[in-house]
Design a protein around this ligand. Structure first.
Ligand SMILES: [Zn+2]
Length: 454
C-alpha cells in the first residue's frame, strides 16, 4: 500500500533506512512524522528543532582556547545559510530531489523527528531537551567536511566523509548517524549527565550502546528493513546470535554490529574506546530481543515449542543451519504476516523495556549490572516478569553482573566520545548545568563506510 494514501495528520518525508552510496543508492521510504502538515516551516523547522545549512562556518561548536583563555563557541549560528528546504503546498517534504542540499536538510529533520516520535511513544511522554533551560529548540546544522557528527549542548552538527578514493558520504543522509545522535540526547535527558569525569567507565559504554539501540529499534519501524530481515532469515533470528554469528545474513550494519559476541570478560583488563566497551551490552540486548521474538512466535502458534527447544539443543552443532533452517522456511511460508506481527511486538517490547530501564537509571554510579537490574524491574512492571529468565541469562552470558570492565587504558583522544579534550565539560555560566558534546560516529556507520570503499 502506498504510504501516501494512509490518512495521517502528520507530515511526509522521504527517508533512507540505509545510507545510500554511489554503488547502491537504495530506496527511500515515505515516512510520516507527528508534526501536523502545514506546521513544519522552512528549514525544515518546528517548535522543537530547526535545520540550517550554514555558509562559511569553519569549526564545530565546542570549547576552544583563544588568547590563552577558554572560549565556548556555541549555538545559535547567526551567519549566512544555504536556501532552506521548503514544504510543498500541502505542507509535506517528500517532493524534494535526491542530490540537492534541500533533500539532505529535509532528510536530517525527518530522521531526527521520526526517532523522537518513536521514543516519545515508548516513554509515554514528551522527551524534553536536556538543554531546555538554555535553548528552546535544537539546532540541526551541517558542517560539510567535518569528518564526524556531534550531538552537543543545543545542537546536532552533521558532517560528511570524504574517502581518499573520492567516495563522498553526507551524514545528513545517514539515518543511523542521525538516529544514534538522538539516542545520546535522549540519554542526556532521561538518565542525566554525571557532573564529573571520575565515573565508572561502563557509563560511557552504556551511552554508546543505548544510542545504537535507539537507532536499531527505530530502524525497525521502517517497512523494508523489517521485511528484508524476515525474508533473509525466514524468522530464524537465531542465525544472528548462535553459531553463525559471523555469517553474512543481513545487509543491515546495525544488525551486524548488534549481533557481536564480545563479553565483559574481554574488557576485564581495561578498555580504550567506548564504542568497543558498548558491544557486550548491545549484544546482550540484541540476544534478549531475539529470544523475546521467538517466544512471541511460539505464543502465536507460528513455530512449535519443539522447534524452539531443538534450536537451543543443537545451537553448537555444525549442522545447525541444515537442521533448523528448513523448519523455519516452512513455518514462515505459512504465515509471513504473523511473523511480521511477532517481530513488531518484540520490537515494541524492547522499546518499552529500554525506556523503562533508562528511566530507572541515574547517571552518578551506573554500570552494566545496574542496567540488567533495571531491565528486570521494568519487565516485572510491563509483563509481570515474563522475560526475567531471558534477560538474566543473556546478561550473564555477557559477563554482566559477573565482572566489571577494567580501567580506561588511554586518555580519550580525538576519536573519542563525550568528555574528550575537544568536548570538555564546562560549567555553563548561565544556568549551572554542564554541557558536553559527543564526537564520534556510530560503530555501525564506521563499518558501513569501510565496506563502502572496499
Ligand atoms: Zn555515539
Amino acid at each position: 500500500m502506498d504510504p501516501r494514501s494512509i490518512p495521517h495528520p502528520g507530515t511526509r518525508f522521504l527517508l533512507f533506512p540505509q545510507l545510500p552510496s554511489l554503488k547502491d543508492q537504495g530506496t527511500p521510504e515515505v515516512v510520516w512524522v507527528s508534526t501536523p502538515a502545514g506546521s513544519v516551516g522552512q528549514g525544515p523547522s518546528d517548535e522543537r528543532m530547526y535545520v540550517i545549512d550554514p555558509v562559511g562556518k569553519e569549526m564545530p561548536y565546542g570549547y576552544y582556547q583563544r588568547a590563552g583563555r577558554p572560549f565556548h563557541y556555541k549555538p545559535p549560528w547567526d551567519g549566512p545559510i544555504r536556501p532552506p528546504a521548503m514544504p510543498d503546498p500541502d505542507g509535506h517534504f517528500d517532493h524534494l530531489h535526491f542530490g540537492t542540499p534541500q533533500f539532505e536538510q529535509a532528510h536530517a529533520y525527518g530522521s531526527i523527528r521520526f526517532t523522537l516520535d518513536v521514543w516519545e511513544e515508548y516513554f509515554g511522554h514528551p522527551i524534553d531537551w536536556h538543554f531546555a533551560q538554555h535553548y528552546d529548540r535544537l539546532e540541526i546544522l551541517f558542517l560539510r567536511g567535518l569528518d564526524n557528527a556531534f550531538a552537543g549542548f543545543g545542537s546536532v552538527e552533521i558532517g560528511s566523509y570524504e574517502h581518499e578514493g573520492g567516495t563522498h558520504v553526507n551524514f545528513g543522509l545517514s539515518f543511523d548517524v542521525l538516529s544514534h545522535e538522538v539516542g545520546h540526547l535522549i540519554i542526556y535527558k532521561e538518565v542525566g549527565m554525571p557532573d564529573t569525569n571520575d565515573i565508572h567507565g561502563e557509563y560511557f559504554g552504556f551511552h554508546e550502546s543505548a544510542a545504537d539501540m535507539v537507532s536499531l529499534v527505530t530502524l525497525m519501524h521502517f517497512q523494508s528493513p523489517m521485511s528484508d530481515l524476515l525474508k533473509e532469515s525466514r524468522g530464524n533470528l537465531y542465525t544472528f546470535n548462535h553459531l553463525n554469528r559471523f555469517a553474512e545474513v543481513s545487509e543491515m550494519e546495525q544488525l551486524r554490529i548488534a549481533s557481536n559476541n564480545l563479553t565483559l570478560f574481554d574488557f576485564k583488563d581495561g578498555w580504550t574506546y567506548e564504542h568497543d566497551l558498548a558491544q557486550p551490552l548491545t549484544g546482550a540486548m540484541f540476544d534478549i530481543w531475539v529470544d523475546v521474538f521467538h517466544e512471541h512466535l511460539v505464543e502465536d502458534g507460528l513455530i512449535s515449542m519443539e522447534l524452539e527447544e531443538l534450536s537451543d539443543r543443537v545451537e553448537n552443532d555444525p549442522d545447525y543451519s541444515k537442521i533448523i533452517q528448513p523448519l523455519f522456511d516452512e513455518a514462515f511460508a505459512q504465515d509471513p504476516d504473523g511473523f511480521a506481527t511477532a517481530l513488531a511486538d518484540s520490537r515494541d517490547f524492547m522499546g518499552l523495556a529500554l525506556a523503562g530501564t533508562w528511566t530507572r537509571l541515574s547517571s552518578a554510579h551506573l554500570d552494566y549490572a545496574d542496567v540488567a537490574q533495571a531491565m528486570l524491574e521494568t519487565d516485572r512492571e510491563v509483563t509481570g516478569g515474563r522475560f526475567a529468565r531471558i534477560i538474566s541469562l543473556n546478561m550473564k552470558r555477557r559477563g554482566i553482573g559477573e565482572i566489571s570492565a577494567g580501567p580506561r587504558l588511554k586518555p580519550p583522544d580525538e576519536k573519542s566520545h563525550a568528555f574528550s579534550a575537544r568536548a570538555v565539560v564546562a560549567e555553563n555560566q548561565d544556568h549551572g548545568t554542564p554541557g558536553h558534546q559527543c564526537s564520534h560516529l556510530p560503530f555501525s556507520t564506521r563499518m558501513a563506510l569501510k565496506r563502502l570503499v572496499e
